[in-house]
Design a protein around this ligand. Structure first.
Ligand code: CAA
Length: 282
């Protein structure tokens, strides 16, 4: 098994960003998604992002080709063979995660470590879908993964010390700063950040303008993006799913998702990716 090969499952916003991060750190990466359309989109977006970096003088044409050359795209789990570590970044639904891990358990080499990029689901529950729960752990990345410096590490009940050590080394190699987070919904960042975004949505529901709420937080608290801009950036649906996870996980009304978010998701106003969220996009 090559210690230089990793696999990333899911080629959405998070998965493709994690694949990019790993390739930039020198890993050979296979990015797997069962939807070929997602792979094509991920490949095209990454190529466009790197073209911009070359134009800005932040990357040479040679570096671009080298990094892109380290990423392969596949729609079959069989290609995870040979990876010493696999990062899962599929949609944030426990049934999908469990099915993915059961599949990975079947196709990955026996020694391979499986990590989930879940933003709040139980690592122990995901690990229980495999026959190697001691080799399963959580590594929570932040969007955009190549830019955000943090990785939250989450151990499940069965995670072994060896697995933890290897995952720490992986996080070091991809240049992430690590924090150990408890296995509770939202871990650290989302438990604090997402209720703030939820509160901002309540304020819009009560009549505030999104611009006023965002400007207040950008200028009054020095946040790089306002909470509603950030919600649009990450996805209204993703944010609502995280908030719902906190609400259901803690059984506490203080995490009640804002009804406006639910209406927006039903209407397809998912943020930047759908062209409309709290703001409109071209
Ligand atoms: N993918 C990859 N790289 C990206 C990117 C993307 N989607 N968006 C921006 N970048 C890169 C750019 O290429 C650029 O890199 P170079 O300097 O090498 O050219 C760099 O980021 C800066 O981009 P910009 O100059 O265009 O924009 P900026 O300076 O305004 O920064 C930002 C953009 C980094 C996103 C900044 O606005 C920011 O930090 N926003 C807050 C992000 C945040 O809070 N993320 C956490 C979300 S919560 C979460 O992720 C948890 C979860 O579970 C969903």
């Amino acid at each position: 098994m090559e210690l230089n090969k990793v696999a990333v499952i899911g080629a959405g916003l998070m998965g493709s960003g994690i694949a990019q991060t790993c390739a930039q750190a020198g890993y050979e990466v296979v990015n797997v998604d069962v939807f070929p359309g997602a792979l094509e989109k991920a490949e095209a977006n990454l190529s466009a992002l790197f073209d911009k970096k070359v134009q800005k003088g932040k990357m040479t044409e040679g570096e671009k080709c080298e990094i892109l050359g380290r990423i392969s795209y596949s729609s079959t789990y069989e290609d995870v063979k040979g990876a010493y570590l696999i990062v899962e970044a599929v949609p944030e639904k426990i049934d999908i995660k469990k099915e993915t891990f059961a599949n990975l358990d079947q196709y990955a080499d026996e020694e391979t470590i499986l990590v989930s990029n879940t933003s709040g689901l139980s690592i122990s529950e995901i690990a229980a879908a495999t026959k190697r729960p001691h080799k399963v752990m959580g590594v929570h990345f932040f969007y955009p993964a190549p830019v955000m410096k943090l990785a939250e590490l989450i151990r499940g009940l069965a995670t072994s010390d060896d697995t933890y050590r290897t995952v720490r080394e992986f996080a070091d190699r991809i240049k992430k700063t690590i924090v150990d987070a408890p296995e509770f919904p939202g871990f650290i960042v989302n438990r604090i950040l997402v209720p703030m975004q939820n509160e901002a949505a309540f304020m819009v529901m009560e009549g505030c303008s999104p611009e006023d709420v965002d400007n207040a937080m950008k200028l009054g608290a020095n946040h790089p993006m306002g909470p509603l801009e950030l919600t649009d950036f990450v996805g209204v649906d993703v944010m609502l799913a995280t908030m719902t996870g906190l609400y259901e996980g803690f059984h506490d009304s203080k995490y009640r998702p804002c009804p406006l978010l639910e209406t927006m998701v039903k209407a397809g106003h998912l943020g930047r990716k759908s062209g409309r969220g709290f703001y409109k996009y071209e």
